[in-house]
Design a protein around this ligand. Structure first.
Ligand code: SAM
Length: 455
């Protein structure tokens, strides 16, 4: 049985290699393949390369509290705020895919009111803690950390392979910290917020304490060695980092501590904003992007945001779809009425379908419907929020395009087209970064900032 399976895998691998070698897209580029779509929209793409990704945030006030691979850089958000916020009297900012809250935190640091939505309970918690614990004093946090008991060990999450993720002694020390945090009193709101900061700090050291790394997917790092005391050392360092930032907030951002910054734990596809806003600054998951849930399963498990793989799957199924979603979800989508399609989507679907047949093997036969569901999901979100955008308000989205089964998908231009269908105007489409297709490395893709405006 095993031999047959291995032979099948090897054959599939060979077919895949052959398909890549024979691909008509080798050496190609999104620039050429976008031309007909750009012509139809009557727009062109402006060059404006800049660092958009989270990495530099590891040195930034508040943003550095919790690492998040898929986030924006604070400097990118600031550049958008600098460019547009003066167009509004009291700008209100909204992010329907808030992640770890980069947009909302940066808005608050500028004294702007903001609202966000995030479906992942861990990310919602991290963003909420980064936004709404500014009134905790550094001394209070350090006192709680220093007085945490070390004799209340609490078990690691049982559904995760914790004994593979961590060495035995590291694991024991993490369980001691977990027990200590669980025993902190949370009677008043302030105590709850202090406890949340402890939990956030704990979450943000877990991968560093493990035998794993994110590159950006979570995977084992064979040569990694972690000292048994790392959990205490790293937690202490993180808490001091947060305490330093709390002191700076008190001295330099005191007036903004009470600014209204709310993040809701909901599905943006069903969320109806409770008030109007001026600037949407956001980035949804990319179609062939990471598995956000599996990538953060360790933190989700240890903080109790998921107690089983079934729960993780449920969170993933409710998210905007990506190309490793469950087959059942796509079957259901095929059966139900879609809320959106257009001639570009239909053409792309039929080309993918034909190419999958021509190739003889493809990772997912239901790929045309995954692509369709992706745009259907995004349309739902855009449709919900467009009516709440003030007159002349802007919808700014960062997005990457894709190449699937030798078919180019101009995700940015499709979003722009959806915007037009919803009555928005295309103000600008900027190329922020060049990317490479994961399938055909020689094919050039892009990351774009799309700015749509309410008329
Ligand atoms: C690219 S990340 C956004 C990162 C964010 N800009 C930041 O700087 O932290 C996309 C986020 O959308 C969230 N998401 C996916 N589907 C969602 C949905 N249906 N409703 C709300 N959030 C969703 C994911 O959990 C993920 O955190």
């Amino acid at each position: 049985m095993r031999v047959v399976q291995e032979k099948l895998f090897a054959e599939k691998r060979d077919v895949r290699k052959l398909n890549i070698m024979k691909s008509p897209k080798r050496g190609g580029s999104c620039d050429v393949d976008s031309l007909p779509y750009l012509g139809e929209l009557g727009v062109s793409i402006v060059e404006n390369k800049r660092p958009i990704q989270f990495t530099p945030n590891i040195n930034e006030l508040i943003h550095r509290w919790a690492p998040y691979v898929q986030g924006f850089s604070a400097s990118f958000v600031q550049s958008v705020l600098d460019r547009y916020s003066r167009d509004y009297e009291h700008p209100v900012i909204f992010d329907p895919f808030a992640g770890c809250g980069t947009v909302l935190v940066q808005a608050k640091l500028n004294g702007f009111k903001s609202l966000g939505v995030e479906i992942n309970p861990l990310l919602h918690f991290l963003a909420d803690t980064k936004l709404n614990c500014w009134d905790v004093s550094a001394e209070q946090l350090l006192k709680v950390c220093n007085s945490m008991p070390r004799n209340r060990r609490s078990q690691a999450p049982t559904f995760l392979k914790s004994s593979s993720h961590f060495s035995e002694r590291v694991l024991r020390n993490l369980e001691i910290i977990k027990g200590g945090i669980e025993s902190i009193k949370t009677g008043s709101d302030k105590c709850k917020r202090t406890n949340n900061l402890m939990k956030l700090a704990f979450a943000s050291i877990l991968v560093d304490c493990s035998k794993l790394k994110r590159t950006p997917c979570l995977g084992y790092w064979r040569s990694k060695r972690v000292h048994a005391t790392a959990p205490f050392v790293l937690l202490n360092k993180k808490i001091h980092e947060i305490a330093d930032d709390l002191r700076l907030i008190r001295s330099q951002y005191k007036d903004f501590i009470r600014i209204d910054s709310e993040i809701t734990h909901e599905n943006a596809m069903h969320f109806k904003p409770p008030h109007k806003f001026d600037l949407v600054i956001t980035s949804p998951p990319y179609m062939n992007g990471l598995d956000y849930v599996m990538n953060y399963k360790i933190e989700m498990g240890w903080l109790g945001f998921a107690i089983s793989h079934k729960e993780l799957k449920k969170i993933k199924d409710d998210m905007v779809v990506c190309d490793n979603v469950s087959k059942g979800l796509i079957r259901d989508f095929q059966r139900t009425r879609t809320s959106y399609t257009n001639e570009w989507i239909e053409e792309i679907k039929s080309k993918i379908e034909k190419n999958i047949i021509r190739r003889g093997a493809y990772r997912r036969k239901d790929m045309p419907y995954i692509v369709h569901k992706y745009f259907d999901d995004l349309y739902r979100v855009m449709k919900n929020i467009t009516p709440s955008l003030n007159h002349r308000g802007r919808f700014i989205m960062v997005i990457g395009d894709s190449l699937i089964a030798d078919v180019y998908i101009p995700t940015d231009l499709l979003i722009a087209k959806m915007g037009l269908d919803l009555g928005l105007r295309i103000e600008q489409i900027e190329r922020a970064r060049d990317r490479r297709s994961g399938q055909i490395r020689s094919y050039k893709l892009r990351e774009t900032v799309i700015t749509l405006q309410r008329r």
